[in-house]
Design a protein around this ligand. Structure first.
Ligand code: GLU
Length: 223
């Protein structure tokens, strides 16, 4: 079980996302990546192997968004390649996930039949297309995420951001720990409090089955 981080910041978040991921390195991982919303558009960088490979990529191809999610992966479905590294995304949605989506095969088959094209071998990508599908059916991002979460089976921690949404992140916990960190006009998400230690010591642990709608001003938690 590896690492998830998220930051709704007041300045570009890429460097802090990688620092937070470094604090989760002790869990082990095979690849890493981050995504941010820049001028309304989701952009991401991923790399196989150690975080320094991701950092090198960010030096030549920086990300400037002030909201972002990051991930260290321990591959369970699909080889540990850059293509399978998280975040996974479509134009409107980016997702990081720890754990296993047990019903991903059924979800994927159904979504492919409805015209969605998958790019990876992961179980996680089904979550991205599921949320995308709900949005294409007319739901807003929060309602789409809620509708998708209801359809997932398995153990997961999720962090989700959306194109065109500079002040919205969704977190969900079912079987994999996840903590929210409260800053001053900033919010954080992490697999544990250690990841968030440099930023805040005001932490809310999500309970089993919780999901949260996060803004810079705070978070609403639902069960
Ligand atoms: N099952 C997902 C994958 O293989 C997430 C693995 C993890 O927890 O890092 O990509």
């Amino acid at each position: 079980m590896c690492g998830i981080v998220g930051i709704l910041g007041k300045t570009p978040v890429a460097t802090n996302l990688v620092d937070a991921l470094r604090r989760l390195e002790y869990r082990g991982y095979d690849s890493a990546g981050i995504a941010t919303v820049e001028a309304g558009t989701l952009t991401r960088r991923r790399a196989e192997g150690k975080l320094r490979n991701l950092e090198k990529r960010l030096l030549t191809e920086p990300l400037d968004g002030m909201i972002g999610i990051g991930h260290t992966r321990w591959a369970t479905h699909g080889r540990p390649t850059e293509r399978n590294a998280h975040p996974h995304m479509t134009a409107p949605v980016a997702v990081v996930h720890n754990g296993i989506i047990e019903n991903f095969r059924e979800l994927r088959a159904d979504l492919e039949a409805k015209g969605h094209t998958f790019e990876t071998d992961t179980d996680t990508e089904a979550v991205v297309h599921l949320i995308t599908h709900e949005m294409q059916n007319g739901l807003g991002p929060v309602e789409a995420a809620r509708a998708a979460l209801k359809q997932l089976r398995g153990a997961f921690a999720l962090g989700i951001i959306f194109a065109g949404q500079d002040d919205l992140m969704i977190a969900a916990r079912q079987g994999s720990p996840l903590a929210l960190g409260h800053g001053t006009g900033e919010m954080y998400l992490g697999s544990d409090a250690i990841a968030l230690a440099p930023f805040t010591d005001t932490i809310t642990y999500l309970e089993e089955g919780d999901w949260a709608v996060m803004h810079r001003s705070g978070a609403e938690i639902f069960d």
